[in-house]
Design a protein around this ligand. Structure first.
Ligand code: UDP
Length: 334
């Protein structure tokens, strides 16, 4: 009988999209989430939901045993650069201690495969672009440091406990499920696209953090990748691990640098309304430029993005936000 995938943080933004993709192809999927940031209804595609937090070793181990888990996908983390600068305690506790507890549970239950949500923030300011997997790792904010700390633990956990892993380094996850079933709902919302969409809809104010960067229009360049394409990458990583592949690291982006202003212009076009934007000082911890080479996952695992262009990314985000102006409506922190 096929074994189950435990998706830690599967009620959150990216995790919920991966869960839907896994279930759509027929995998057994158990979501483990404390719903402090995730949303119960975002986890509705899962076979089962276990409510628990990532610091609860016994509960994690029970879930792994009860559902005969062979793969853990670990999405549960705090993921805002600016917030991490203000609250390193929270970031180290959740992203490092929490992840190590998930790994400890896996070691205890002899769960062999781990798919880890990492980030472009492990690289810091790029020395060469596009950023390949081997680019030097020099984070410039606590968020990137916490993800890199876990990445660095993984070879030791593999050697001692035989946990093989696939590390997926997301660039800027964006957009929403093209069927309109799932979307992005954080509270407070700190990410560019949902914030600018809410400003276009007249629901909130919006600021551009810095227009004096050494970039063509002075605003930061980022690499936006559709959340459904990220979900697909998780399925490929899981299949590779189950198929006997070695541990690996993959960068995930579309390889196209897009400025904050270009994103704002796209939102104005898609929504059909202006985005009132004030220019604010640079946000601490922001590199000027981040964009990926995803050649490795394309050539090794056959990953092919389906929703590459920023118009499509913004359109799906807008469609979900328009249909769900208060998100999932359950008041979770998101
Ligand atoms: N940004 C902005 N205004 C906002 C939120 C973000 O100008 O209200 C900028 C931010 O400084 C960065 C880019 O948009 O250059 C993407 O930021 P986001 O927080 O969405 O993702 P990150 O790159 O930090 O992972």
């Amino acid at each position: 009988m096929a074994r189950s995938v435990l998706v830690v943080g599967g009620a959150g933004y990216i995790g919920s999209h991966a869960v839907k993709a896994l279930r759509t192809r027929g995998d057994d999927v158990v979501v483990y989430d404390d719903l402090s940031a995730g949303h119960r209804s975002a986890a509705r595609f899962a076979t089962a939901l276990v409510e628990g937090n990532i610091h609860d070793l016994a509960r994690l181990r029970n879930a792994m045993r009860q559902y005969d888990v062979d793969v853990v996908m670990h999405f549960a983390a705090w993921a805002s650069v600016g917030e991490s600068v203000r609250d390193p305690i929270g970031y180290y506790r959740n992203n490092v201690t929490g992840s190590l507890t998930v790994l400890e549970a896996m070691a205890g239950e002899r769960v062999p495969f781990f798919v880890f949500s990492s980030t472009a923030a492990v690289f810091g300011n790029p020395v060469t672009t596009p950023i390949t997997e081997d680019h030097p790792k020099a984070p410039i904010n606590p968020y990137g440091e916490t993800k890199l700390a876990v990445e660095r633990a993984l070879p030791h956990y593999e050697k001692a406990y035989e946990i093989r892993s696939s590390v997926l380094r997301y660039f800027n996850a964006a957009g929403a499920d093209p069927d309109g079933d799932l979307g992005e709902d954080h509270a407070p919302e700190l990410h560019l696209i949902p914030r600018a969409i809410d400003a276009a809809a007249g629901r909130s104010t919006f600021q551009i953090f810095g227009d004096d960067y050494p970039t063509p229009d002075g605003t930061c360049l980022r690499d936006y990748i559709h959340v459904t394409d990220l979900g697909d990458a998780h399925l490929l990583a899981l299949d590779a691990l189950r198929g006997g592949a070695d541990s690996s690291h993959y960068n995930l982006g579309n390889g196209r640098p897009t400025s904050v202003r270009e994103v704002v212009d796209t939102i104005e076009r898609v929504v059909g309304k202006p985005v009132p934007a004030a220019i604010a000082p640079r946000r601490e911890g922001d590199p000027a430029v981040l964009f990926a080479s995803s050649d490795r996952i394309k050539s090794e695992l056959g990953w092919r993005p389906r929703f590459e262009d920023v118009d499509t990314i913004v359109s799906t985000a807008w469609r979900w936000r328009e249909a769900h102006p208060s998100g999932y409506g359950d008041g979770a922190r998101g």
